[in-house]
Design a protein around this ligand. Structure first.
Ligand SMILES: Cc1cc2nc3c(=O)[nH]c(=O)nc-3n(C[C@H](O)[C@H](O)[C@H](O)COP(=O)(O)OP(=O)(O)OC[C@H]3O[C@@H](n4cnc5c(N)ncnc54)[C@H](O)[C@@H]3O)c2cc1C
Length: 387
């Protein structure tokens, strides 16, 4: 495959969702992935209403996801008061293992469109405006535009901005894992206990996605923590924590990583468009990183199908920049507030969770979702008036 419309670097959630959308619209695509497989590890994911809407825009229904668990309520609280704030979501949120989402996205992308074990080495502009892309395995592609969907540590981003990305360290580290064969009540929880935060989200009838976040840890001491230390921390979360802790042993597979974010990078130009974590690396505190990658694909796909790359890039940035920048900032501060170390402030936080009426939070959620629906509408109107 030498000539394609779009070369996408990165076969993660953003890259595969965009590839799917472009292929459905009749464009040709080459996905360039540095790993040897698109199979993915990872733990779980919570898809909230906006993520499900974005998926439906790229032709994926909740049924296509091959399972997952419909969440009844999202609860925020503490060890002693797990439901300080309890929001009914009535099935408008789905928990599922991360690989299941990726498998579903991958199913819509022909394997001929994916180049594994390779990365973009260089690109030059041809006389007719197209790009000649050289790959590290000696392959070559000619395309109209490159899309950088290569995640929070995007190498394309570093090359275009000409410096290392300045990540913001939060001092928090996260351990994530899936637990099978465990009872749950179809509700998701996030509990705070001193310097730790424990979250668990049902991903199937008897499966939970669990994450533990600890603050005030440097990389070295976080890396030294083994399954016993994770178990000890989770044991500190009262009866709910104990049920989870007793299921952890040396066989449990954890993913560990520091929680970071970075500035939004969405330059307008005809050659490279940045999306997903490559454009807006955000902390996972609001569970919106994958959702933003999916929203990006739902907007960028139609733009690239109908516009020249420069115009698509301009509109994409205009539609998306504000929303993702606000969310990055909100997500960072949500993590900071969740990990306040002062006991008085912690009590104040719990009181705040108890006092804010659920209706207010639901309203805010609606406003947040509607702003994405408005973007879709604005894009549709814009496309209608120009065609
Ligand atoms: C603890 C935690 C919990 C989370 N929970 C949620 C949640 O509940 N809900 C939610 O919406 N989001 C969640 N997220 C966020 C979400 O996982 C990410 O934000 C999302 O996956 C971003 O997708 P992406 O495709 O942009 O990047 P990635 O998923 O990182 O994909 C990038 C891809 O590019 C490839 N790549 C990298 N460099 C190169 C290169 N040089 N050449 C070629 N290929 C390359 C990588 O191998 C990878 O396949 C969570 C994140 C964390 C850390």
């Amino acid at each position: 495959m030498g000539e394609v419309d779009v070369v996408i670097q990165g076969g993660g959630i953003a890259g595969l969702a965009l590839a799917r959308s472009l292929l459905d619209g009749g464009l040709s695509v080459s996905v360039v992935e540095c790993r040897s497989t698109l199979e993915t590890g990872g733990a779980g994911i919570l898809l909230q209403e906006n993520a499900l809407k974005a998926l439906s825009c790229i032709g994926v229904s909740a049924g296509d996801l091959g399972g997952g668990h419909s969440i009844k309520r999202i609860n925020l609280g503490t060890r002693d008061c797990p439901k300080a704030m309890s929001i009914a979501v009535k099935g408008r949120a789905l928990g599922l293992p991360r690989y299941q989402l990726l498998n579903c996205l991958q199913a819509g992308v022909d394997s001929d469109c994916v180049a594994l074990n390779t990365t973009i080495k260089a690109w030059t502009k041809l006389g007719d405006g197209r790009l000649n892309v050289e790959l590290s395995d000696g392959g070559r592609r000619v395309c109209r535009v490159i899309v950088a969907a290569d995640g929070a540590h995007s190498t394309l981003r570093e090359r275009v901005q000409q410096h290392k990305t300045r990540y913001r360290e939060t001092g928090q580290h996260c351990w994530r894992f899936l637990l099978d064969d465990i009872d749950h009540d179809s509700e998701s929880y996030e509990l705070q206990n001193g310097r730790s935060r424990l979250g668990f989200i049902p991903t199937a009838g008897r499966q939970l996605y669990v994450y533990l976040t600890e603050s005030s840890l440097d990389e070295e001491s976080a890396a030294r923590r083994g399954w016993r230390e994770v178990q000890d921390s989770i044991n500190g979360f009262g009866s709910m924590g104990k049920v989870i802790a007793q299921r952890i042993d040396s066989e449990t597979t954890f993913l560990r990583h520091p929680i970071i974010d970075g500035p939004v990078f969405m330059p307008v130009g005809p050659d490279i468009i940045f999306m997903g974590d490559a454009a807006h690396p955000m902390t996972p505190n609001l569970g919106q990183g994958a959702a933003m990658a999916l929203e990006d694909a739902a907007i960028l796909g139609p733009l690239l199908r109908t516009r020249d790359p420069e115009c698509a890039s301009k509109l994409f940035c205009r539609l998306r920049h504000r929303r993702v920048a606000r969310l990055c900032s909100l997500s960072y501060w949500a993590g900071a507030v969740a990990h306040v170390s002062n006991p008085g402030l912690r009590r104040l936080r719990t009181l705040g969770l108890q006092c804010i009426p659920a209706a207010v939070v639901q309203y805010q959620q609606q406003v947040f979702n509607r702003s994405f629906y408005r973007q879709l509408k604005r894009m549709d109107c814009d496309l209608d008036t120009e065609t």
